[in-house]
Design a protein around this ligand. Structure first.
Ligand code: CTP
Length: 426
């Protein structure tokens, strides 16, 4: 696994007594692989399901279980202070109940009360317990207090039953934890920057009820907007998707390529960073019908015309110092096709993904991309969450912005802002 910004951060990995405790072993191993310092804290009940030795061998430190250690009279306080994240996998109904009610009945429940670090809980239990109002109300209380919850999935449970309450996939838990650690490490490195992002697939009308569109869900573009906002940027999201956008983002809802073009050109003029993640339809009807087409009128002849290439226009208009990023969803010859679009559209970065691969691209929560730079750089981001991909793209953008001040200009004495020589690809 590549070492990202989470490397060197400390996770207190709490394990409580549920059958899913064995999956915490995989979470521990994956976090250590990512360069995270993992401190395992097990409850007594957890040791009925997994051996302490397993965690002590895989984690960065031996297991801790007790409040009563001769070496350290206040282990919960010390753990809480050292943690960049406290991650509880699995979190039982009992643990959630104690935490929501401020009850410290052991080292782990005392640690989550004693920390100022973010806390992420990954509940796992039988469906009846998961759906019990007491558990749901405890979770609602914890969410209100900014505790992060990785919701359980549907699936096979202990004893062969099937339903809600199965621990989330360890891959998703690790991705969520790395995303939190990444934002702790990155801080507010986009403060003062204006970022414009497009997302979703455009809809080109055929008649008032039908349209031509594509499979884009808007998830990757929304993730870029969310990542930029978390890092302190002022964000405008031009989107066709109806999914909710995180608070603090200025959302412009559009439908067609023409509407997206108008919004992007308007908002990008003053932007420091423009990310064109939308899947814009390449063709639209020359003359959409004003009234619904009817079968009785026979098979319609749909005459198409090209839509404007918004990104190419942004490439022609961009002002000095602005960083421009495109996306290329490809099914074949990915790198060469993406590289030629990078040059042709006058971009700084092209984010290429192979949408024919598993768990990648349209409608998935995960993605794997190659970030091609106009300076010849090529960064592979292996399969991870779309939010992590978004952060990786912004990491590259930050490097490209280098010493430029927010709003344009170069942080060099006497520079006018018009001498950005990093773009030599047009
Ligand atoms: N794009 C755009 N306007 C269009 C078509 C694409 O702004 N009319 C942008 C997309 O948002 C994406 C990039 O251009 O960031 C590449 O899109 P893609 O569809 O891969 O490229 P095309 O130039 O349309 O080439 P083709 O579809 O032939 O592969």
């Amino acid at each position: 696994m590549t070492r990202g910004p989470a490397a060197g951060k400390t996770v207190v990995l709490g394990v409580t007594g549920g059958i899913a405790a064995y999956k915490a072993v995989e979470v521990c191993r994956r976090l250590v692989d990512a360069g995270v310092h993992v401190v395992p804290v097990l409850t007594e009940d957890a040791t009925r399901f997994v051996g302490e030795v397993t965690f002590s061998a895989l984690a960065s430190e031996p297991v801790q279980k007790s409040m009563w250690s001769e070496a350290d009279p206040i282990p919960h306080t010390r753990l809480g202070q050292r943690a960049d994240l406290v991650l509880v996998v699995p979190a039982t109904a009992r643990f959630l109940g104690c935490y929501a009610n401020g009850i410290s009945d052991g080292l782990l429940s005392a640690t989550v009360l004693a920390t100022r670090a973010p806390v992420m809980v990954c509940p796992a239990m039988h469906t009846e317990m998961w759906e019990h109002p007491a558990v749901q109300e405890n979770l609602a209380t914890l969410r209100r207090r900014q505790v992060l919850v990785v919701d359980p999935a549907q699936g096979r449970l202990a004893g062969g039953d099937v339903g809600a309450g199965r621990l989330a996939d360890p891959d998703d838990i690790v991705a969520a934890a790395l995303a939190v650690l990444g934002s702790v490490a990155r801080g507010q490195d986009l403060a003062g920057r204006r970022v414009v992002v497009s997302a979703g697939g455009t809809r080109e009308p055929i008649d008032p009820v039908r349209f031509i569109s594509n499979r884009s869900s808007g998830k990757q573009g929304h993730a870029v907007a969310e990542a930029a906002a978390t890092r302190g940027a002022e964000v405008v999201l031009v989107t066709t998707a109806t999914r909710p956008a995180p608070a603090g983002i200025d959302v412009v809802k559009v439908e067609t390529a023409a509407e997206m073009e108008a919004a992007m050109l308007e908002h990008s003029a003053a932007a420091d960073i423009v990310v064109m993640a939308a899947a814009v339809a390449d063709f639209r009807l020359k003359a959409p019908a004003d009234t619904k087409l009817s079968k009785a009128d026979g098979v319609p002849e749909l005459v198409l015309e090209p839509t404007p290439d918004i990104l190419a226009e942004l490439g022609r208009r961009r002002r000095d110092g602005q960083v421009l990023v495109g996306f290329a969803a490809e099914t074949h010859d990915m790198t060469s096709r993406a590289a030629s679009k990078l040059r042709g559209k006058n971009l700084d970065f092209m984010v290429a993904n192979d949408v024919s691969a598993q768990h990648v691209g349209f409608d998935h929560d995960t993605n794997a991309v190659t970030i091609l730079g106009s300076d010849g750089t090529c960064r592979e981001i292996p399969l991870t969450s779309k939010l992590e991909v978004a952060h990786a793209i912004l990491d590259s953008v930050i490097v490209r912005l280098g010493g430029q001040r927010p709003g344009g200009g170069i942080r060099r004495a006497g520079a006018s802002g018009g001498d950005d020589n990093s773009r030599r690809d047009s």
